[in-house]
Design a protein around this ligand. Sequence first.
Ligand code: ZN
Ligand code: FE
Ligand code: FE
Ligand code: ZN
Length: 270
Amino acid sequence: MIGDYHMHTILCKHAVGSAPEYVRTAAEKGIGEVCFTDHAPSPHGYDPSNRMTLDQFPLYLRMLAEARDARSSVEVLSGIEADYYQGCEQFLADWLPRQDFDMVLGSVHYIGGWGIDDPDQLAVWKTADVPATWQRYFELVAEFARKGLVDVIAHLDLPKKFGHRLPPDDLMEFVAPALDAIADAGMGIEINTSGLRKPAAEIYPCSNLLRMAFERRIPICIGSDAHAPADVGSAFDKAVALARSCGYTHTVSFRKRTATPVPLPAECAR
Ligand code: ZN
Ligand code: FE
Ligand code: FE
Ligand code: ZN
């Protein structure tokens, strides 16, 4: 059975609903396991308006435990979405291994001080050099992958969120070193259906990039990036179809930060 490996909680300050409600949606949609991956705390004070504080982390674990207690068939896993930013390494290298996570997502949301996917900073795109932005973004993804701190790189082509596209040849050229770094690090990538709910109107990543990942034998997991209970398991039928169309026959399931292959369903009625 398929899992949803990307979901948030109210602790990030831009999500709604209780953790048990997210799990209830998963149960209704026949999803076997969910991994909460809320935005990781940053003791450096990095982007505090979009994450829990370090002091709130025990509360996060209690919320997951509460969701786990609900008499449900859904297995609730513990994860986090860690940001890559200047100076994050020491904290992540020290803190992540001391937690009992099943999976750690790694995300690049920022280029310097610019939140490229932040609707409040959308105006920056108007004056940005779009190709240079994509290139810099993938350089940061490659750097992050080489640190070996996380298990899965999230929303690989995030800069497309608001519709700022590149010609496919440029995109494939810029992403290749990042995918090589991900493969070398033994990491996975996610198929993130939230792009369908954004102006991009497309799953992250696009099929060209997913095919390149498949050529490198990079494992995949599927995530909704739910910030509301109704988003859980959203468009997983499309995610499964995309994965299959790019050659994948398996997704991965995580326990204690170790991946196990799981066959993709032949069809997925969601
Ligand atoms: Zn978020
Ligand atoms: Fe993210
Ligand atoms: Fe997320
Ligand atoms: Zn996200």
